[in-house]
Ligand binder design. Structure first.
Ligand SMILES: C[S@@+](CC[C@H](N)C(=O)[O-])C[C@H]1O[C@@H](n2cnc3c(N)ncnc32)[C@H](O)[C@@H]1O
Length: 397
């Protein structure tokens, strides 16, 4: 591509990113985006969302113009599927920039120095690692990838674009002890716990940024400051939905992947005034809170009409408990609940939702996490001395 064509593509991308962020991209971040051509990091076959819950392929060999346009659009581009699920992607550029802002890689106000070392978790295409090299210099950047094919491709892409950070093959849950410690650790997949190695390999005063997921809701980004005694503390931020961390044995996602349910024999029926749409209809603040406070609970919608005009199914990744909430097609103030198993899942959801309302419907940013030296996680609301009580401690009623 000619230099003017490249510049025009990047300028168009910067404009879209600015619109998404709500402010212009300036300074070092804009310069880094101009220096790292995104298309050099993309394979010939890509998949983009089709707007109907699925994906549609774009192949450079058959549709070079659409492929190039996709490369310079502010969207996530899936680069790998495993067993029908996306397992690697080039993240949405505006999300990448938000993460870089949150982890504080550029010289800040008050003459704060940029970090001298950063560990990126999830090399993928290598695009983010290249931005980090452009910002901090290649000697500062280590990146880890679980998938050998992706690690090799990512390293090749980085070389083509003129960057050579340390690319390590391994499980990011273990960090990358070889080049530790790091001033920053940046995950580019989502987690439901902070692996102890990340804190152990971050220098006191350093930062860890990781997208968050729970079985109920894959949303939010955690930013932790690491303390002197192996602890870390920080808040969640109101953006990002990243694919979950993969575990080495299966190569597939960890966390909320287990969905199989045996059906316990005895089910109890009741009625609820709580609308299933209130807890699972797209209110990210509510769903994020439920995900944190009702561990292991997940949901799916059944709109086949087989059992009810609309049914919300609730399951549990850790036991055989389940619940269903049926809308009869007419009444919006009362719904039929059926629950079975050791956990009364709908009662837990309803109690957690009531608690969320009683706290003034807190947004994602009012939630925080402390990771203690022994690895224990304490969730809190507003301030670290106001812990959030998980639903397991709320008696079913
Ligand atoms: C959203 S993609 C990363 C995007 C990448 N940073 C980029 O700029 O293209 C997430 C990546 O994390 C990798 N990953 C997931 N779990 C991992 C693990 N446990 N260890 C290392 N890499 C992992 C995936 O294979 C995938 O390539």
């Amino acid at each position: 591509m000619t230099a003017p064509a490249q510049a025009a593509h990047t300028q168009a991308l910067l404009a879209q990113v600015a619109e998404q962020l709500g402010h212009p991209v300036t300074g070092e971040l804009a310069a880094a985006l101009r220096r790292v051509p995104r298309h050099l990091f993309l394979p010939e076959a890509l998949w983009v969302r089709d707007g109907q819950g699925g994906y549609r392929p774009i192949d450079r060999r058959t549709d070079p113009h659409e492929w190039m346009a996709a490369a310079y659009t502010d969207q996530s581009l899936v680069t790998q599927f495993t067993d029908g699920l996306p397992t690697s992607s080039a993240s949405m550029p505006s999300m990448v920039l938000r993460m870089l802002q949150l982890i504080e890689v550029t010289a800040g106000e008050a003459a704060r120095q940029p970090p001298t070392s950063i560990l990126e978790l999830g090399t993928g295409t290598g695009f983010n690692a290249a931005l980090l090299c452009a910002l901090l210099g290649r000697g500062a950047v280590t990146t880890v990838e679980l998938d050998a094919v992706l690690a090799e491709q990512g390293e090749r892409n980085l070389k083509t674009a003129g960057y050579s950070p340390t690319v390590a093959l391994g499980d990011a849950a273990k960090g990358c002890p070889g080049s530790a410690p790091y001033a920053r650790v940046l995950a580019t997949f989502s987690v439901d716990r902070v692996p102890p190695a990340w804190i152990a390999q971050t220098t006191p005063g350093g930062r860890i940024v990781a997208p968050w997921t729970s079985a109920w809701c894959c949303y939010g980004t955690l930013a932790l400051s690491v303390g002197a005694s192996g602890t870390a503390q920080g808040r969640f931020h109101d953006f990002a939905s990243f694919m979950p961390m993969r575990c080495p044995s299966s190569g597939r996602e960890t966390g909320n992947g287990a969905r199989a349910q045996a059906i316990p024999a005895k089910a109890a029926k009741s009625a609820t005034a709580l609308s299933p749409w209130a807890v699972a209809g797209g209110d990210l603040d509510a769903e994020f809170h439920l995900g944190l406070t009702v561990p292991g609970a997940f949901f799916s919608w059944d709109t086949t009409g087989e059992h009810a005009p609309v049914r919300l199914r609730v399951g549990d990744t850790t036991s055989t408990s389940w619940a269903t909430v049926d809308y009869d097609g007419a009444h919006t103030t009362e719904f039929t609940v059926t629950q079975a198993g050791p956990r009364h899942l709908w009662n837990e959801i309803a109690a957690a939702y009531a608690s969320w309302e009683s706290h003034g419907r807190p947004g994602v940013g009012r939630h925080g996490l402390t990771v203690h030296a022994d690895g224990e996680h304490t969730l809190w609301l507003d301030f670290p001395d106001r812990p959030l009580v998980p639903s397991a401690d709320v008696r079913s009623h």
